[in-house]
Design a protein around this ligand. Structure first.
Ligand SMILES: C[S@@+](CC[C@H](N)C(=O)[O-])C[C@H]1O[C@@H](n2cnc3c(N)ncnc32)[C@H](O)[C@@H]1O
Length: 289
């Protein structure tokens, strides 16, 4: 079965595992403008999809895997046999020029770096240290299944606005931007703000309003913060979802946080079985027992 092949900060595996009732049951095309590890795409397995991200290395890896899964599988098995600090730091320093060379380096580093973080310095060089995971190869058949699933998708490097502007009536747009808020004391969110500013959040909300007015179905995931709730007041249904934070590396330091999901469509009520959900419309909280 196909599943995300990358570890990605802010990945939504937890959402599809615990809240699958929140997704629409039918739609025309699936559109995901902040692809990352694509947890929702792999879960929904749509027959037509437009997937994009601003990270060109990431999209290159998807495209190469879509076209040549056997070659990537074979090369990763070879790297697996030699993995260790020497190979990691040599790969990290390399600057391959071919699309396949870049994709293999990207996937290898994603699997073996600290917590799957993607971070580059001001020269654009990947600078994350090696992590503790040493599994480079994938289980038999997994990459072939991923490639098969990706056949349904058109992949592109794009700013989110360009992709959301493609959405039309009946399309489902799943939107999972880096979390930023207007004012905050959270270092993780402050780090994101240098990559995705509050101005981007405002630009995003305008693009989503335009797409909704064309008849697209939208689910937005974002920080559960007053500034975000205000930005989306009078837009869709607001769901607060409690979850354990996975930002802290040590499990002892993980704490309960909540996230905000906004949908432009009514969701399946069975979702309340998780007991962690509240619905609101236009900013008015509507608690469900
Ligand atoms: C929270 S991650 C998405 C995680 C994904 N939903 C998953 O399950 O793994 C946010 C993504 O937004 C991308 N991104 C940041 N700024 C962007 C922009 N202006 N346009 C498009 N993508 C952007 C980042 O490269 C990152 O992959």
């Amino acid at each position: 079965m196909a599943e995300p092949f990358l570890k990605w900060p802010g990945g939504k595996r937890w959402l599809v595992q615990r809240h699958s009732g929140l997704f629409p049951s039918t739609f025309r095309r699936y559109i995901e403008p902040f692809l990352g590890g694509g947890a929702v795409f792999f879960h929904l397995a749509p027959s037509r999809a437009i997937l994009s991200d601003a990270n060109s290395e990431l999209i290159n890896a998807y495209k190469c895997l879509q076209a040549h899964p056997e070659i990537i599988d074979r090369k990763l098995r070879r790297l697996h046999a030699h993995h260790g600090p020497r190979l990691y730091y040599r790969m990290r320093a390399m600057k391959p020029t071919s699309a396949m060379g870049k994709a293999i380096r990207f996937i290898y580093l994603n699997r073996t770096c600290f917590n799957g973080i993607y971070r580059v310095n001001h020269k654009g060089e990947f600078n994350v240290p090696m992590g503790s995971k040493d599994l480079v190869e994938y289980p038999d058949g997994l990459l072939l299944a991923v490639a098969e699933r990706l056949r349904a998708a058109s992949l592109k490097v794009a700013d989110f606005e360009e992709t959301i502007d493609c959405a039309s009536k009946g399309d489902f747009v799943f939107v999972d931007p880096p979390y930023t808020v207007m004012h905050n004391n959270n270092n993780f969110i402050k780090y994101n703000a240098s990559l995705f500013s509050w101005t981007d959040q405002v630009r995003l909300s305008s693009a989503l309003r335009r797409a909704a007015s064309r008849g697209a179905l939208i689910m937005l995931s974002n920080a559960d913060h007053d500034s975000v709730r205000t930005l989306y007041c009078k837009f869709g249904y607001h769901h607060r979802i409690d979850r354990s934070s996975v930002l802290a590396a040590e499990s002892a330091h993980r704490c309960k946080t909540s996230e905000l999901l906004i949908t432009t469509y009514r969701t399946f009520n069975g979702e309340q079985a998780h007991g962690a959900l509240r619905l609101a419309r236009g900013g008015q909280a509507e608690a469900h027992a």
